[in-house]
Design a protein around this ligand. Sequence first.
Ligand SMILES: Cc1cc2nc3c(=O)[nH]c(=O)nc-3n(C[C@H](O)[C@H](O)[C@H](O)COP(=O)(O)O)c2cc1C
Length: 339
Amino acid sequence: MTTAKSAYWQKIVDQAKDKDGNQRPFFSMAPMEAVTDTIFRRVVAQAGGPDVYYTEFTNAASMVHPEAKFSVQGRLAVAPGEQMPIAQIWGSKPEAIAGAAKVLPGLGYEAVDLNMGCPDGTVVKNDAGSDLIRHPDRAAALIAAAKESGLPVSVKTRLGFYKTDEYHDWLEMLFNQDIQVLTIHLRTRKEMSKVDAHFELIDDIVAMRDRLAPDTLLQINGDIKDYEHGLQLAKDHPGVDGIMIGRGVLNNPYAFESEVVDHTLAESISLLELQLDLFDEVNQTANKKNFEALKRYFKIYLRGFSHAAKLRQLLMETHTTAEVRALLEEHVGDLLAVK
Ligand SMILES: Cc1cc2nc3c(=O)[nH]c(=O)nc-3n(C[C@H](O)[C@H](O)[C@H](O)COP(=O)(O)O)c2cc1C
């Protein structure tokens, strides 16, 4: 099936060049619920971000429901000047997906991604996320519905629901839907994140794409640590167009940097300070954030030095960004001295 590449994706591909001007795969930060909001995306951008960002997944039904609309606004909030992410939405009803996708251009979004891989029990019970792997007809209807928005449509999914073998039929169906990008998290729903990603299947999936939908971009995901690792995988598996990294960024906020640099603790602390500032900024808008949710980030920035655990423990007892700043102020001299 011939897919006309959208101008949006063509630009991303064209701009993905290494420092010598050679073509390289595009890199993206994976959509992560309660993580990849406007705050964290901007912190990662400061640390040397990817080519493409995704929002947290957002419930299409809520986006079109008059009373629920406000509950999802924070997930789709984008700061002025911030690089526009791709909106990831999830749902099971074509009307909701079509309605939600049509809302997106008005918010400034230029592309939409459909979640067809979420393993979460509640999402699966709602006939969405990875449940769509068991219901390919419904999945196809959702893709068609998203296209009504006129936005370029991509899909993020897993290999199968129960067994890796399911990818033969499931991905064949998806490659026949004329989508812009297929992002494959190289595990089944059943495997959750408990086994290693199936890198051994990449070449076969590339061959399927080449045969069925040569113009659909193929992005791989799962266990990819950083830029260098992604580049190596793309080299080992020619035909891979994109590399998506999720938890790698939670281990190393500099995961997308094209040159490995030994970052100082002072630099890491300044990323945390940026996160605190952006948290305060967002909390002055209607999209209030929960302070407790900020705590999961402390370990990203404060690790790998003596006393890190002790300081993190103290930070876990804070209730405001002011308290966090005060603790950093109190300890930072000692921290920098011991490093
Ligand atoms: C905290 C967390 C939240 C996630 N939320 C989403 C989500 O909203 N949408 C989605 O498609 N995948 C979500 N995922 C899955 C990731 O996008 C990614 O597919 C998975 O973590 C494997 O990639 P990795 O090994 O690079 O992390 C989430 C993963 C984590 C760890």
